[in-house]
Unconditional design. Structure first.
Length: 443
């Protein structure tokens, strides 16, 4: 699932660039968004103008629809998880709330999301398919945008749940009939009567001033043709054989991880092919639409930003004739030693090398050790930390980190000159220690 999340590219979904896992932590490297939460924006400005609320809602629905199209639901949509960039464009965040749309009953101790935005079937612990719970949350968010308050609210949680299950909420007089009909349709207690994504997209209020880039027309290419380039990408990412991916595609299971990954790659590649035919003057920035996106040409031929080719490729003067060739790959920077061996095998080699070098070590956990080496010129040992991280599927990184000596840790007020000398001296000894270990590992 993490591999698939890294493939998601949409102008209104925060990008997940990398995930590093350790036995105790999961580190996620994500796109930086500087504008704060939509929640704070609503608190500061109160109810928004209808046009502003519509613009935010259109962007939210575009991102959620993209997830649903790839068999993923969010389950915790709320203004606190909607970030704003410098141009006040929405970026949907909190990717850990994502779950594959497989339909299941959620036990009460596993309930996700915030009660005020949760659908009746979620707080009741009933079976749900997935997309309909996001639709409900979107309806609550739309109400908050238009009214500056929540449709269902109470400090007493049981009372709040009763209000949500009743589906009855106040409708201010200043709301026009069109948007009220959309609110009522999205906040239906019965999931079978609730608006679908298509219902929202086809609603008159929603379609007003709708930028074409949010919902591009589907491609008519024959879906039965297997894209071998996409097959190679997925096989490389997941470390599987082509026959495994072919079996996943032929199974017809829309929830299969390999099938989802393949469809994501094909979807993104299809838009790159469309974009390569455009001239640079028609280029859209994929990461975020401009502030005046709603005023730009709304021709259906304009591509979806999530499928746009890299800026470098467009500016290089390529005419698209060599699109079948090897795509450009950006350089990767790594710290430490990379390996595709099994984690325990890597650590066994580390222990072998440390023993051969007469290092002393203390085990923190199975994949983390603190190491020291006696300095023959003085009694002060050199210390470092070795920790194994998983950085990609079946790819691991052994990280080296210098640790302070006992004297440095206990020193409260060392002189500037002495501190500078010790830091330089210890750094060089640390590098020598790293070099010795790396050389021993290579033998």
């Amino acid at each position: 699932e993490i591999q698939n999340l890294k493939l998601f590219r949409h102008p209104h979904i925060i990008k997940l660039y990398q995930v590093i896992s350790t036995p105790t932590d999961i580190i996620m490297i994500m796109e930086y968004v500087c504008g704060g939460e939509l929640f704070d924006y609503i608190v500061k400005h109160g109810k928004l103008k209808e046009s502003d609320a519509r613009r935010f809602f259109q962007q939210i629905i575009s991102g959620v629809a993209y997830w649903h199209r790839h068999m993923v639901v969010h389950r915790d949509l709320k203004p606190e998880n909607l970030l704003l960039d410098q141009n006040l464009n929405v970026k949907i965040a909190d990717v850990w709330a994502l779950e594959h749309d497989d339909g299941r009953r959620i036990p009460e101790d596993e309930l996700w999301g915030s009660p005020n935005y949760a659908a009746p079937e979620v707080i009741s612990g009933k079976l749900y398919a997935g997309p309909e719970v996001d639709i409900w949350s979107c309806g609550v968010i739309l109400y908050a945008l238009l009214c500056g308050t929540l449709p269902f609210d109470d400090e007493h949680v049981p009372t709040l749940f009763r209000k949500i299950k009743s589906g009855i909420f106040p409708v201010p007089d200043y709301l026009n009939k069109s948007v009220v009909s959309l609110l009522i349709h999205t906040l239906q207690v019965d999931p079978m009567k609730r608006a679908t994504m298509e219902d929202i997209k086809n609603h008159d209020w929603f379609k007003k001033d709708l930028p074409a880039y949010l919902f591009p027309l589907p491609n008519d290419n024959d879906a039965s043709i297997i894209d071998m380039d996409a097959v190679k990408v997925v096989c490389e990412k997941f470390g599987v054989q082509e026959k495994e991916l072919h079996s996943a595609l032929l199974s017809g299971n829309p929830h299969d991880q390999l099938a989802i990954a393949y469809n994501l790659v094909v979807d993104n590649k299809r838009i790159e092919d469309e974009t390569a035919k455009l001239e640079i003057k028609d280029f859209y920035v994929a990461s975020s639409p401009p502030p005046t996106a709603a005023l730009l040409d709304q021709s259906p031929s304009r591509p979806h930003p999530e499928r746009i080719a890299s800026r470098q490729r467009m500016l290089s003067g390529g005419n698209g004739a060599d699109r079948k060739g090897t795509p450009m790959k950006r350089a990767k920077w790594h710290l430490g030693i990379r390996s595709q061996s099994k984690p325990h095998d890597i650590m066994n080699e580390v222990y072998r090398a440390m023993k051969a070098l007469d290092f002393e070590w203390k085990v923190v956990n199975s994949f983390h050790v603190r190491v020291r080496r006696k300095n023959p010129s003085n009694a002060r040992p050199v210390k470092m930390s070795l920790q194994l991280y998983q950085v990609e599927y079946k790819s691991f990184l052994l990280d080296f980190k210098s640790l302070p000596t006992n004297e440095e840790a206990q020193s409260q007020d060392p002189s500037v000159a002495e501190t500078s000398y010790n830091q330089v001296h210890n750094t060089m000894e640390f590098f020598e220690m790293c070099a010795a270990l790396i050389t021993q590992l290579a033998r």
